[in-house]
Design a protein around this ligand. Sequence first.
Ligand code: GAP
Length: 445
Amino acid sequence: MDSLIDKLTSLSKRRGFIFQNSEIYGGLASTWDYGPIGAELKKNIKDYWWNYHVYKRDDIVALESSILSLNKVWETSGHIQNFSDPLMECKVCNARFREDELEKSDGSCPTLKCDNKTFDAPREFNMMFKTNIGPVVSDNSEIYLRPETAQGIFVNFENILNTSRKKIPFGVAQIGKAFRNEITTGNFIFRTREFEMMEIEYFVKPEDSEKFYQEWIESCLNFLLSLNINKSNLRVREHTKEDLSHYSKGTSDIEYKFPWGWGELQGIANRGSFDLDAHSEASSKNFSIFEEATKTRYTPHVIEPSIGVDRLLLITLLDAFNEEQIEGKDDSRTVLKLSPIIAPVKVAILPLSKDPKLSELAKNIQKDLLTKGDLGKIEYDETQSIGRRYRRQDEIGTPLCVTIDFDSLDDNSATVRDRDSMKQKRVNIKELHPHLLSSINNYLK
Ligand code: GAP
């Protein structure tokens, strides 16, 4: 029997969520492209995250920094020295893998190519991708692709403070690509070498850092729950001292119960003043803040909630995936019970057949709904039987389908079908827009 992740990978390809990159040439391993439906889902996730964490409050500003930076940035942040994983090499088949994978395979080479148990001593492998800048390739032209978006925020701290007029506490949000030359990738889009991150650096007074650290853990959990992610599939795990990254005073991961076990979905770190101190010293800039009330100076501490877009997208799919028996019928269906907030298509308009009169009415309804707005993506589809079209909409998680049949020509009504209950209701075409809006709102309750 196919595993859940196999089923999801196959559905993703079949319905246009996610394709293997360079597939026509055999595929680049662990690299994925988002298709027409997947790209909409990804955009909705980023928009919702931005709405939730930036637009619903007044203390977070935006930044879009470059993927390339001076090497000095990565020297100062500690990434050149510390951003590495211990790499092992099998003495028999020469396969390379992360040291912690040995534990999972009882000490045998985990590649399945051999059952050797002897390896070279682990060595540190830096995960930053290198490239060359400019037309001359030399040691001096080497430059890194960013492994996180956070450093772009720290090195712009002074610029942001001077232009945004924000006072401590305030945050900076950024969504963008990051690159890590991971030793081991896998589990579909869980761990890839190119991925997108949504990060906030929230600057606070040092004595407030613990309070805001706890607040951000709660806010991030609430964000996930607001997307209907099953509570029992989420847990918070605090890092032990040995687990902590080189910069962290405290980190908690929000973990998700993946089909292969609990794994990191999001990190919330109390980075102290590590980054601002390091960049201040290396650049000879003063990033401390003068507090008028106490006439003292302090360097802000920072709380950092950071989540991968692709990893969040994966859990929205895993969590929403359902195979169920259709009540009263000897039939089953696959349905993605995605929150309508992020569903790639909100409403599908489906004329019962290709009869020109039905097509004309259905296209007019779609045009009217698009003009009135507020509903998001509305898809028109008149191919295949109505049953197959419902099946497709269920599989891409469309909350509402509107069917136009021959009766519609006489009674000016259409059938609205609800994705989860599969209940159908006749609605007057003039009432469709408010009805669809309130049905979507009902899903959110
Ligand atoms: N600036 C903090 C930072 O980079 P991180 O825990 O290394 O922290 C943050 O990464 C998040 O990015 C992770 O919680 C995960 O959601 C995502 N992420 C990290 N590495 C990834 C990879 N190779 N593929 C996909 N997502 C990844």
